[in-house]
Design a protein around this ligand. Structure first.
Ligand code: KMH
Ligand code: ZN
Length: 308
């Protein structure tokens, strides 16, 4: 079986600062945690930006440029910039950082959906910033918009124009059918990297049979033209990573998707999660891929041709 690509999603736009003091949002903290995650074995760094003053999700160019050059200087990991931004942002706002940074990779979400985070605000706590609670509570009426027109726009601007390849985020079976549509139209060319996403309230739940079925479907749609990775939000993160690696897949961890290292125990860093998943992968007799091996497997353009 191929080497295992570990993706680390360093900060995201789901969790808010009061949910864990280890969630990085200042530029230097995002940079330091990203570099440490790469040193621990992450070949790909999946990056969102945040307002460094208050940790609010941001896709502004200046917020990305606060850490991208430092990460690129200090490690050779593949930079994968989110085009999902935050579900509360209109598409052009979501894309601002990625359009300017022209990364080797970016995410691409393959369908519109509910993106319900409000259960994270259920527990009373001292909120550090006044935006956090309303941000989370407002997601009971939030649609994460990713229409075929949005997908076509991102494929063109980030793929054809800027040479990025994609982490296709599929939260449900229908998202695989949408990806197949874009493969059949010639807008997506192999080899493609499909991220099965479990455990987001609005997408498929983190049930092992869902992982098996997604792989079964993707195998039937795409054959050898694709590779899959899996991420599960919350407590299913490590069990799903271990299952995916055992099925010949790749894995994604990081504080974007789960703040924990064990049941009820907050992870102290992204690197801690990378170290844990690396041990799980190596215990199966598989080796983790280096950034350059990931570049080779995914057909990436190389770290020189970026905008940071
Ligand atoms: N936050 C993950 C569940 C994106 O950044 O484009 C999905 C994600 C989407 O990472
Ligand atoms: Zn993301």
């Amino acid at each position: 079986m191929s080497r295992v690509i570990i993706t680390c999603a360093v900060t995201g736009s789901i969790h808010t600062p009061s949910l864990s003091r280890h969630l990085p949002f200042a530029a230097r903290d995002i940079e330091d945690q990203a570099v440490a995650a790469a040193e621990a074995g992450a070949a790909i760094l999946h990056l969102h930006a945040r307002d460094p003053q208050n940790g609010r999700p941001s896709a502004r160019v200046e917020h990305f440029m606060g850490f991208l050059p430092g990460i690129a200087r200090r490690c050779d990991a593949v930079i994968n910039i989110s085009t999902g931004g935050s579900a509360v942002m209109p598409l052009e706002e979501r894309l601002a950082g990625a359009l300017a940074a022209r990364p080797e990779m970016c995410s691409l979400n393959m369908g519109s959906m509910n993106f319900a985070l409000y259960p994270l605000a259920a527990r009373e706590r001292d909120w550090r910033f006044d935006w956090e609670k309303p941000f989370l509570e407002g997601t009971d009426d939030l649609v994460f918009k990713n229409t075929p027109r949005d997908i076509t726009h991102i494929l063109h601007e980030m793929g054809e124009v800027r040479g990025a390849r994609f982490e296709f985020e599929c939260y449900d079976m229908g998202h695989l059918a949408m990806l197949r549509h874009f493969v059949q139209s010639g807008q997506v060319r192999p080899p493609f990297f499909v991220q099965f996403v479990f455990g987001v309230l609005g997408g498929m739940a983190a049930e092992p049979e869902n992982l098996r079925h997604m792989k079964h479907l993707a195998d039937s749609y795409f054959g050898n033209d694709y590779m899959f990775s899996a991420l599960a939000a919350g407590r299913a993160q490590m069990p799903f990573a271990e299952m995916a690696a055992g099925m010949g897949g790749h894995v994604r961890v990081g504080l974007e998707d789960s703040l924990y290292i064990d049941r009820g125990v907050l992870a102290v860093s992204n690197a801690q999660q990378v170290e844990k998943v690396r041990a799980l992968v190596e215990a199966q007799g598989r080796q983790v891929a280096t950034p350059d091996e990931a570049r080779e497997m995914l057909g990436l353009k190389g770290a020189a041709d970026v905008g940071f």
